[in-house]
Design a protein around this ligand. Sequence first.
Ligand code: OSB
Ligand code: MG
Length: 374
Amino acid sequence: MKIDSITVREIQTPLVHFFETSFGRTTGRRIILVTVNGQGLKAWGECVAGEHPHYSDESVETAWYAITRELAPSLVGKQLDRAADCVPLFAGIRGHRMAKASIENALWVAEAEAKQMPLWKLLGGTRKEIACGVSIGIQNSPEQLEEKVATELDAGYQRIKLKCKPGWDLKIFERIRKRWPNITLSCDANSAYTLNDLNHLKQFDQFKLLMIEQPLWHDDFYFHARLQKQITTRICLDEAIRNARDAEAAIDLGACGIINVKVGRVGGFSEALKVHAICEQRKIPVWCGGMLESGIGRAQNVALSTLPNFTLPGDVSASKRYWKEDIIEPEVTVSKQGTIPISDAVGTGHKVREDLIEKLTVRKETIGAGAMTA
Ligand code: OSB
Ligand code: MG
């Protein structure tokens, strides 16, 4: 496929309900979307970078820079046989993995469409349905949290993940476990603790959590290994796993028993497939994480979740938990059993609502043939 141009845009849209983690509260999203255009094809990708560099060192502004100044110019005019062929072209650019993923993933959609096959099959997926969990943010009160958990269990979700931090952890787990002793429950600290909290973290074990996600520093797996030796709950690494080498090193060290795969965090589908493969080889289960994506990224997460080692429910939940109106059609919906059925439609199986995207767009730039900045 010959790439004629790449259009980058930023949309802004409010969340249905605020989302709070140990690093702060979000009430709306600024999302960069890209389209890769060439030979009559137009494929969409989403950049998962947040407004601020709180989750990782990327942000909307750094991604905008990386895509418009470095990544898109290196691709425009090139002929690629496969989506993965962009990886060596991006290799000279350090970091900026979320920015890279937005383009690479759009190319995978383009490849699937060119080959008239579903994206999930192109990725090597095997599942005909995927299991869904939810990530529930820190709320204004424990009562409000309890209400949210009840709503999501009622909706059918198979696993509840609670965001936690010092002051919003043991008492919260106790309350939720008291009302629901047998649900699959996990927590995500987004790096809110240090090894000084060892005795505190040991107390998490009594709540029989499926896992504790990224309790320590965002860039660490060495000290997570020390922690894992002292607690029985499996550690799941999220932030710290930037690529397949990290996954292998973390597993070798005994830093985790589970890995969260986020395709943006590792730089695109090619690397996500490698992380999946090494984890499968080492018998470390994985699940697909979320970054409050719009439908474009969400549908791609659904496709990735069909790979065989995605054996735990992912943070792949319904559009309506996040958006009043999603930018894809049909929206992502979850069954009463907490699953998403996988269709055999070409590409992601969802249509992009360009009219709605146009209304939400606050800036737009095209790199390449006939480029115009609107
Ligand atoms: O750590 O998994 C995380 C959202 C933004 C940044 C980091 C994380 C999250 C989530 C939300 O947990 C998952 C979702 O999209 O539902
Ligand atoms: Mg996480």
